[in-house]
Design a protein around this ligand. Structure first.
Ligand SMILES: [Fe+2]
Ligand SMILES: [Fe+2]
Length: 212
């Protein structure tokens, strides 16, 4: 009798740990994204809580944050880890990852809501995202939250081809993209989370990862 499976999705239960192991399998393919999913999951949780979400909805967004890039497991290593500029057909392959992730997660009925969030985490508020070009409130709230947190972590993290951007620069970029790439209400809601995140994921943390 496996009782834990009926518990709500907590951040510290076995279900959560299994999800983290699954993501570690993906991140083993790419050292530069090490810890990315966990940070996005935690930031998404913070932002969802800030706009008043509670209980299961909060946990769903947190877990979806962990899993948002799981579809990259289906992308060939030479494309995923390519150092130089991506060719158009390689870029098209990378853009398959939300759909691949969706197809992986929807195999479980219990992960159904996470699957939809993962599918749409690269949509944009202005409708210029992918895979469907959904616009505004047609994009699930969880996906809109993860889109912002994903960008913030990507910008402030080291990549093989560039140094991390500063938190100040990142803040300006997110503000510039308010109502374009991102839900304007969510951008305004970040507020004091900027300072909290900067402290938590400071440059020294990035340097530590550089040594991995
Ligand atoms: Fe992604
Ligand atoms: Fe991501």
């Amino acid at each position: 009798m496996i009782d834990w499976i009926r518990e709500p999705l907590g951040r510290h239960d076995l279900f959560h740990d299994v999800i983290e192991c699954l993501v570690a399998a993906l991140e083993a393919k790419d050292v530069y994204t090490s810890g990315h999913a966990s940070r996005v999951a935690d930031m998404a949780y913070d932002l969802a809580k800030k706009i008043g979400m509670r209980g299961n909805r909060l946990d769903t967004i947190h877990i979806a944050g962990h899993l948002h890039d799981i579809g990259k497991i289906g992308i060939p290593d030479q494309v995923l880890n390519k150092k130089g500029r991506l060719l158009p057909h390689e870029w098209a392959q990378i853009q398959q990852h939300p759909e691949i992730g969706y197809n992986i997660l929807r195999k479980s009925k219990r992960l159904d809501r996470m699957a939809k969030i993962v599918r749409f985490h690269h949509e944009r508020w202005d409708g210029k995202g992918y895979p469907k070009g959904l616009k505004g409130e047609a994009i699930p709230m969880g996906a809109r939250i993860i889109a912002i947190c994903d960008t913030i972590d990507a910008m402030t993290s080291l990549r093989s081809y560039r140094e991390p951007f500063t938190w100040e620069y990142c803040r300006q970029e997110v503000a510039f993209n308010k109502g374009k790439q991102f839900d304007p209400v969510l951008v305004d809601a970040i507020g004091d989370l900027w300072g909290i995140w900067e402290k938590r994921y400071s440059t020294s943390y990035n340097k530590e990862r550089y040594l991995l």
